[in-house]
Design a protein around this ligand. Structure first.
Ligand code: SAM
Ligand code: SF4
Length: 330
């Protein structure tokens, strides 16, 4: 079975936000004071599993758990354990996570035991003071310990770095050599205009096309056909021993090859990160509709998956989404 959208894109990748909560408050992701959802509005683990089952039966092969911070969700390992079980007897072939890494020291071994072999850790700086500032209060040592624990547990780590104006633009090369020395891949991400935080988007945004051009002069990038199923374009360089990815939705649109959809922690299926439309599955599940009905609704949602995102950041026009990134998790 396959999920094909109206533009003939095959959708086989599901991202699930398991919570809107987080132990950090990155300045480009959240406001300082956030109102988090009451528990009753968030899907239970059973509801998440049921939705995943329906997507898997329709052809989803890869599931990424995200948030908020996925590792702050109670019983997250129980969910991963149950999803991992499905890897043996369905078409699901990968379960992975995007995490801020603060709890990885505690969880890495259990993740590995439950079939997580690859993980994305979000880290925008390796400077402790800057880290504390960008996350509003985080302690970078926890992330370093978490990354080391993953590497010791044989979990492949990739670092995701949002490039932010006047914050880490001048640290890019340092990040390249830090990750190269550790032989871990690094992906740069453009700031996306999700719901406004406390700083306007145009004061955060850096064009990754320009970052690429500047780095290319020194590193002479070679295009790699490495593909992790996500939107990054990867490059190698004779000066580096890792792969460098660029996720640039604003300056290098990749919608034509989009293969993914996202479920929010409240069960809303967003067909595109850069659009506001969704189909609400929580009410469908709570009103006791059948799995056949859920599948019908998933197919309906795929049929209205938009062609392109609607992001725009400019000095005059900002087209931003009506939700923060922690709703759907990047
Ligand atoms: N808490 C986890 C983490 O930080 O990895 C998972 C959720 S977080 C929302 C997922 C990713 O989205 C992170 O890499 C984060 O840096 C990125 N992100 C958050 N807000 C963003 C924005 N406005 N534009 C681009 N990336 C953003
Ligand atoms: Fe939390 Fe991740 Fe958002 Fe940072 S980017 S506030 S770690 S959800």
């Amino acid at each position: 079975m396959e999920l094909i959208d109206q533009y003939l894109r095959k959708v086989n990748y599901l991202r699930v936000s398991v919570t809107d909560r987080c132990d950090l408050r990155c300045v480009y992701c959240m406001k300082e004071k956030m109102q988090f959802l009451p528990r009753s509005e968030v899907l239970t683990l059973e509801e998440i599993e049921r939705l995943c089952d329906n997507f898997i039966e329709l052809g989803v092969e890869k599931i990424r758990l995200t948030g908020g911070e996925p590792l702050v969700r109670n019983d997250i390992i129980k969910l991963i354990e149950r999803l991992n079980y499905k890897k043996n007897n369905t078409n699901l072939n990968e379960i992975t996570l995007t995490t801020n890494g603060t709890l990885l020291k505690q969880y890495a071994k259990q993740l590995k035991l439950n079939g997580v072999n690859r993980i994305n850790v979000s880290l925008d700086t390796i400077n402790p003071k800057k880290y504390n500032k960008i996350t509003r209060f985080g302690n970078i040592e926890k992330v370093f310990d978490g990354i080391n624990e993953c590497l010791d547990s044989d979990i492949k780590v990739k670092i995701n770095t949002v490039v932010i104006k006047d914050f880490n633009e001048n640290e890019i090369e340092e990040l390249l050599s830090w990750t190269s020395n550790k032989k871990i891949d690094l992906t740069f991400i453009e700031v996306m205009p999700m719901e406004e935080t406390d700083i306007s988007r145009e004061y955060q945004f850096v064009s990754l096309s320009e970052t690429y051009d500047n780095l290319n002069k020194k590193y002479k990038f070679i295009k790699s056909d490495h593909n992790t199923g996500g939107p990054a374009r990867y490059f190698t360089s004779f000066k580096l021993s890792n792969k460098i990815g660029f996720i640039s939705p604003l300056t290098n649109n990749f919608c034509a090859t989009c293969n993914r959809v996202r479920i929010s922690s409240t069960g809303k299926l967003f067909m595109c990160l850069g659009q506001n439309d969704y189909v609400d599955f929580r009410e469908i599940m709570r009103k006791d509709y059948s799995d056949d009905f859920i599948k019908e609704k998933i197919r309906f949602a795929l049929n209205i998956k938009p062609k392109n995102h609607d992001f725009m950041i400019g000095t005059k026009i900002n087209k931003y989404m009506k939700r923060h990134m922690n709703v759907t998790g990047g």
